[in-house]
Design a protein around this ligand. Sequence first.
Ligand code: GLU
Length: 462
Amino acid sequence: MTAVVRFAPSPTGFLHIGNARTALFNWFYARHHRGRFLLRIEDTDRARSTQAAIDAILDGLTWLGIDWDGEAIYQSTRLERHAEVAHALLARGRAYRCYCTPEELSAMREQAKAKGQPPRYDGRWRDRDPSEAPAGVAPVVRLKALLSGDTVIHDRVQGEVRVGNAQLDDMVLLRGDGTPTYMLAVVVDDHDMGITQVIRGSDHLTNTFRQVQLFNAMEWTAPAYAHLPLIHGADGAKMSKRHGAIGVDAYRELGFLPEALRNYLLRLGWGHGDDEIIATEQAIAWFDLDAVVRSAARFDMDKLTALNAHYLRIADDERLAGLIAERLGETLDEAARRRLIQGLAGLKQRARTLVDLADSARIYAAGAAVPIDAKASALLDPAARTMLLELEVHLASAPSWAAADLEAAVRGFAAARNLNLGEVAQPLRAAVTGRLVSPSIFDVMVVLGRDLTLARLGAIDP
Ligand code: GLU
C-alpha cells in the first residue's frame, strides 16, 4: 500500500516551529516510503483563517524545501461532503439530532462543574423522538457514541493507548447552521484523501479517540497514528516566544538557512545514534517512525545556531552572495560580487547566521568609501593617518599583491620604524575594512586588489 500522509495546518497564524516539525516528519516519512505528502489547509473556521496566514504557511514550507504532492486541498471547499457524511450517519442510526437549547447546555456544564466533573453532554436526545422537538431550535447532529468497551489506539510513538468509551460523550458533528465541526471534517477528509498514516503533535491524542470512533461508525478503516512528542524550551518549560516559539519566517529573518532549520527540526524528537549533522538525502534514507522518541524534545537555540554555522561554511558561495546582497538591500556590481564570493571563505569561518555574514560582507561590498565604524575611527588618530600615508606609498610599490608578499612588506615597514606588526596592521585594517575585526588583513587586501586597497587608504587623509 502506498503511504499517504498529510500536513493539515489551521491558517490562523504563522507557520509555527512545532507545526513545521510536524510537516517535516510527514514529508520525510512520505519521501522515505516513496509515498505521497498531501497538504490540507484546515480553513473551516472562516472567522479566524486569513489569506495572510495561508500565504505564510505556503511560503514557510516552500522556503524549508518541503514540497507537497498535487494541489493543496482547502477544507472549506468540502463542507457539503462533510454534511453528507453526517447525514449518512443519521441514516445508519449512528447519529441523531439534538435540540438542546444553549441554556440547557450551559446548565449541564454548570452541573458537571459543581460535581467536579469534566463537562459532558448527557445524551438526552439520543433516544428521544424528534416529534418532541421544541419549535425554533435548529438541531445539531451528534454522534451516537459507544457506551461501553474501550477505544484503543496502537500509536506508532506512544504505544497502545486506550480510553473507556463511557468517558466520551456524544460529540457534535454538524452545528445548528449545518456546518461541520473540526472532528467531522478531519475524519471525512482523512478518509477521502486516502490517508494511511497520521503524524501530528501529541496535543491531538485525545481527539484521536473520537476520530477513531467516527471512522468505526462509518465502517471506514482508520489510518495508523503517530503522535509526536511535545517541544519544550531548553529549560524544560513549555515552549514560549522566549524559547524560540516563533514562526519559520522569523528564523529566516534571523539569518538561518533552511537546511540548518530542517536538520535541527529533524532532531527534535527523532534520532539516528549520535548523529547531529544529517543531510536531507541521508535523512530521507534513514527516517522512520520507530526512531521517534516519546519524551518531550527540547528546543535549543545554541544547537540550532551551531548547525547553522556548519551549513553556512559548506554552502555554495554564489548562493550565499545572493542571499547577502538581498540582506544588504543592494544590487552589487559584478566586481563587488566577485570580491564577495572570493572573500566568503574567510568570512564564513566566523559567521553564525546570515545576519553576521551580511554584516561582515560589507568590507567587500563597499567601494573606495568603506564606512568606518566608531572603534576603527578612534584608532585612526592623526599619527596613525600620517603613518598610513607613508604605508600607502610603500605598498603602492610592492612588487606583488600576494598575501605573503604583502605581509613581508608591512613587516618590513614596521621594523624600519621600530613598531611591532600590530601597531601597523591594526590601523591598516581600520582604514581598509573600516573595522577592527576582519579576516587576515593580507587576505582581505588580496581580495580587494591593489587599486581598491590603495583607494581606501588614500581616502584616510591626515
Ligand atoms: N488543523 C490542526 C492543527 O493545525 C491539525 C489537525 C490534524 O493534524 O489532524 O492543529
